[in-house]
Design a protein around this ligand. Structure first.
Ligand SMILES: Cc1cc2nc3c(=O)[nH]c(=O)nc-3n(C[C@H](O)[C@H](O)[C@H](O)COP(=O)(O)O)c2cc1C
Length: 262
């Protein structure tokens, strides 16, 4: 499948087949994709604990707390706990040195000296600030996005779940104090149709993006829109005509109680 189509077809899949385990190699490919994502200063603060329902201890399974749509956790054969390891920032100078050696940063004579005497001292002076939510989270998001697309490419469904219980999850899983839990990502084989009800609603393009200053909408070319539709990146918006019936079916088949929001 072409990249544009992959981007267009990906959906959050809330209904997974609980009985079908996920091959560890497929999860590994997701993690490999996350690992090579771009990171500021190549800090690489994205980390994860992968919980396989079949083999994890009850204690670990019970540590996965997400109040919104928690039924998804019950259904998922795999839950990835993505977290940011803030202490990665402590090794930042070494990461910059690696980049320099790799030819990915700077050029010519004197670059080592400039890095040591000019660049690194700047980063060192604001090191603690870099541990606060910000750039690291952006990096982690990029990594998780790549893992998500890799999951999709392998026929898996995923859904990110935010949780206010990050600190409790951190403690329950025995993660270091320097770790900050970002989200739980459920992974498994989709029980939904591949469409999952159609492409989800988004804010108007013009409302989101500006050109040469705030308030002047970025001009959206219809020609480009048509091209992306032809490439299946922009698809029919949700809901498909039969979505409610599909949801009703999934609810019964997977024994999801109530309205599916909690
Ligand atoms: C960072 C993040 C956190 C999310 N948290 C939740 C959540 O707590 N519960 C939930 O049901 N869905 C959650 N979602 C899924 C979104 O609701 C979903 O992405 C959105 O409805 C758009 O659908 P799409 O991903 O299929 O385009 C989250 C998604 C992201 C990216």
């Amino acid at each position: 499948m072409e990249l544009r189509e992959v981007i267009g077809r990906r959906r959050s899949i809330r209904f997974l087949l609980p009985y079908k385990p996920v091959e560890p190699e497929k999860i590994q490919r997701m993690l490999e994709a996350a690992r090579i994502a771009s990171h500021w200063g190549n800090v690489q603060s994205l980390r994860a604990v992968v919980v396989f329902k079949d083999s994890a201890s009850e204690e670990v399974r019970n540590a996965l707390l997400a109040p919104i749509a928690g039924f998804q956790i019950r259904l998922a054969p795999v839950v990835i706990v993505w977290y940011v390891e803030t202490s990665a920032v402590d090794e930042q100078s070494d990461r910059l040195r690696e980049l320099l050696k790799a030819g990915a940063l700077g050029f010519g004579e004197g670059k080592e000296k400039a890095l040591e005497e000019q660049i690194i001292p700047i980063f060192e002076s604001i090191r603690e600030q870099f541990k606060e939510p910000g750039l690291n989270e952006v990096d982690c998001g990029q990594g998780i996005a790549q893992a998500t697309l890799m999951a999709f490419e392998q026929g898996l469904g995923t859904c990110c779940l935010g949780t206010p219980h990050g600190e409790q999850i951190r403690q329950n899983l025995g993660l270091p104090e320097t770790a900050r839990v970002l989200l739980l990502q459920t992974v498994g084989y989709p029980a939904e149709s591949p469409d999952a009800g159609g492409q989800r609603p988004r804010q108007p393009f013009e409302r989101l993006f500006h050109m040469n200053g705030f308030g002047k909408a970025f001009p959206r070319s219809q020609e480009v829109v048509d091209e992306l539709k032809a490439d299946e990146m922009l698809q029919a918006p949700a809901p498909t005509e039969w979505r409610e019936e599909e949801l009703e079916y999934l609810k019964k088949a997977l024994d999801v109680k109530g309205h599916g929001l909690i």
